[in-house]
Design a protein around this ligand. Sequence first.
Ligand code: KQY
Length: 363
Amino acid sequence: MSRIHKTTPAEDGFFMPSEAAPQDEIWMAWPERPDNWRNGAKPAQAAFTALAAAICEVTPVSMAVSAAQYETARRSLPEAVRVVEMSTNDAWMRDIGPTYVIDGKGRRRGIQWEFNAWGGLVDGLYFPWDRDDQVAGKICEIQRDDSYRAGFVLEGGAIHSDGDGTIYTNEECLLHPSRNPDLSRDEIEARLKACLGARKVIWLPRGLHEDETNGHIDNLIHVARPGEILLSWCDDENDPQHAISQEALAFLAGQTDAAGRALTVHKLHIPGPLYLSAAEAAGIDPSDDMSREAGRRLAASYANFLITNGRVVFPLLDPARDMEAREVLQSVFPQHEIVGVATREILLGGGNIHCVTQQVPTA
Ligand code: KQY
């Protein structure tokens, strides 16, 4: 059995590596619930399959699947994908999987955050969430990795690491009363540093417009490398995203990272704006807590991509903007292969490629 340590990762010399560091595995979970994925989740399953296929060419993929969907998933997914029966409440592996830390000397451990479906009984997106909350521990067991229990609520999509001592997050999400109402900002920051082996936490103000996770950072920015950030951008002054992006740019311009670097910001224009169509809305079962009415603005962003072993896998969302996004990504990652995957069906569920993947870094 893998061991749960009572110390903190920082005390033990562990830190969260950059997403660009070598990876042994990408974990995903198979979409199924009909109140989030339209038409019995069939279109979403096709998108997850295409995504897994794009990733498994460079990094092994494991897919957590319910017993009921095991046969379907096994038949749909490429043979190279490992299909593992595991109960979940939905399919957001970034948020329910372990966040991994390494010590740079050949050891790797997972962090099990507490998960409350992005807001628990205050403004969470579904109930129950108990199966999701168990996923990080189960993955650490399967990977035979030791772990830590963080003891506070956090989702993997609420943090980015530059691998060099800096964590990026935002106030809208981590200070939201639905996460850790008894912890102050300073206490949360101290816990982030202790869990992620970081020296500095950069708190942006807000997340992407209409993001139902209370504004996860992984939908607004991505960290290309220490000191270099990709920021979701919007030129249209009449779009609410414009003010959010301007605010973030001005904020980042005044920051230095843990190593004292000024930050270079690359603008990545958002797709659309994109909206949920009437036909799409009609295919989604009613939910008490997730708003899926026709005409709703989708929280669409190209920053929600995955860096995996020399490849950047990014969402194709809008023919008018996809090529521009690819060019920006190629200029920021000149040594990486840029691969697009059509992910509107993942976007309809409230997130994108980064949200549905979680990396296991090489120890
Ligand atoms: O942004 C993420 N990391 C997850 C999105 C969850 C949406 C739930 N409907």
